[in-house]
Design a protein around this ligand. Structure first.
Ligand SMILES: [Fe+2]
Ligand SMILES: [Fe+2]
Length: 206
């Protein structure tokens, strides 16, 4: 049975080194967080994860802007698809936020830049999505490299969830781009794709 609340801090640090996931899950399950001002992760990792948290919020903001563009241009299926994407990115941000809280970090939120609101065409929307996801993959790979270098196994485990998620995201957007390129400006083809996008099921909580 996990008894984090009664364990001396040094023992908890030791547990994180040996089996970090157990500690993170256990603290989340029993609603515990580390004492304020006491962190396991390095200051540099804390800063890098805070930036990633901001990028995930920017992703959510970007997808909401894309949803608005699609809706305004009567691509209601694509608008719904991006709405779900917005919700997913919000979950990603929350996942990092919760992790930082579990690590005893005093999270300080950074400003979120305004996303673009004009995209030219539905194809351009998805091409911008793919470019954005590729950029995010690069950032998550760099963060994983840093975690490995610092022997920060807890953070590395967290990041691998994100790295795997990126593979799925890039494949999904790449598939949509391929279909859009196939139909080009054919109205019937675009309507078919839009209908298909609108039937995307909501993803389970991250
Ligand atoms: Fe994300
Ligand atoms: Fe994403």
């Amino acid at each position: 049975m996990y008894r984090a609340a009664s364990q001396p801090w040094d023992q908890r640090r030791c547990l994180v080194g040996q089996s970090s996931t157990k500690v993170t899950v256990a603290t989340a399950e029993v609603g515990l967080s580390l004492p304020k001002g006491t962190t396991v992760i390095s200051e540099s990792m804390e800063g890098a994860l805070s930036e990633q948290l901001n990028h995930e919020f920017y992703s959510a903001y970007l997808y909401l802007a894309m949803s608005a563009y699609c809706s305004h241009n009567n691509f209601n299926g694509a608008a719904q698809w991006h709405q779900l994407q917005f919700e997913e990115e919000h979950q990603h941000a929350t996942k990092i936020y919760d992790y930082l809280m579990d690590q005893g970090v005093h999270v300080q939120l950074l400003p979120i830049p305004a996303p673009p609101s004009e995209f030219g065409s539905i194809l351009e929307v998805f091409e911008a999505s793919l470019a954005h996801e590729q950029d995010m993959t690069g950032r998550l790979n760099e963060l994983s490299d840093q975690a490995l270098k610092e022997k920060d196994h807890a953070t590395y485990n967290l990041l691998q969830w994100f790295v795997n998620e990126q593979v799925e995201e890039e494949a999904s957007v790449g598939g949509i781009i391929a279909k859009l390129k196939l139909v080009k400006d054919d109205g019937y083809g675009l309507l078919m794709i839009d209908n298909e996008l609108g039937s995307r099921p909501a993803s389970p909580a991250a």
